[in-house]
Ligand binder design. Structure first.
Ligand code: UDP
Length: 256
């Protein structure tokens, strides 16, 4: 049925060849994995929600001038993107202590950090994505110093924008992970935001209750993952509520 050429299959997404050279189709699966695939499940509806949430955030970021690989959403599960050369470094931005940072430094989860902190992880499944420094990144040639500066500057802009976006809908942006790619146009190369931004790669806590509205629900066996992602989408205003459509037919006119 599917005659498109599969270029790459990851944990939660598949990339297919796009309709034109230099484009790809990014397909969001329902698979959820954690602890480097040691935990795996299929959660119906997750891919559709991540596709919509990521589209929304990428479009908003483009509006403030953050370059991205996103072109347009094609359907419920797929988006058309520009083909980029992915830099094999995950950029994590943190505002509040949680997850691996809490463990590593013995900080209680939920502690506000003195300032936003950026970390780098080398994308290598077989090594469980180890944390690396700028020295490793430049020494091994994964990115040059200018590219690192660009990724840090973009990471902080994305953080400022998303912190405000989520605060406005009662959600605390605790931390998130982004990936960048090199986009080649004519003789030019630019660093652009790639991959996705969704509750799969962010920590999102309800401001009032501290309820987790992100993938930690899966990592920590809390259940209610799709409901939480749907809540994020609803608050972002991108989910059509299941309310019955307003009555449009002829209506009864009562005589006085
Ligand atoms: N993250 C991610 N992919 C990864 C590792 C981390 O999207 O492979 C995200 C994670 O969802 C969180 C942030 O990056 O929002 C920081 O994660 P952390 O280092 O605390 O690792 P974890 O506790 O998820 O193992």
């Amino acid at each position: 049925m599917n005659r498109r050429r599969r270029v790459y299959e990851g944990k939660a997404k598949i990339l297919y060849e796009g309709p034109e050279p230099g484009t790809l189709i990014q397909h969001f699966k329902d698979d959820a994995t954690a602890f480097n695939k040691k935990k795996h499940d299929v959660i119906e509806g997750k891919g559709v929600l991540n596709n919509r949430i990521s589209e929304h955030i990428f479009l908003k970021l483009a509006e403030i001038g953050v370059p991205t690989h996103f072109i347009k959403r094609i359907n419920m599960r797929e988006q058309l993107i520009r083909e980029v050369e992915i830099i094999p470094v995950e950029v994590v931005v943190r505002n509040v202590a949680a997850g691996s940072l809490s463990k590593r430094l013995g900080l209680e989860e939920g502690t506000q950090l003195p300032r936003s902190i950026i970390e780098f992880y080398y994308k290598a499944d077989e090594l469980d994505d180890p944390m690396v420094s700028e020295e490793h990144i430049t020494a091994f040639g994964w990115a040059n110093p200018q590219e690192i500066d660009e990724m840090m500057a973009l990471g902080l802009r994305i953080n400022d924008f998303m912190t405000g976006l989520f605060l406005g809908i009662g959600i605390r942006l605790v931390d998130f992970k982004v990936e960048f790619g090199r986009l080649f146009e004519n003789d030019m190369m630019r660093i652009v935001l790639a991959d996705e931004i969704s509750p799969d790669c962010c920590r999102l806590w309800d401001i009032e209750s501290d309820d987790k509205l992100d993938k930690d629900r899966f990592r920590r066996d809390m259940g209610g993952l799709v409901e939480a992602y749907r809540e994020v989408a609803r608050r972002l205003g991108i989910l059509v509520e299941n309310n019955p459509a307003p009555h449009k037919g002829p209506h009864l006119v009562r005589s006085k």
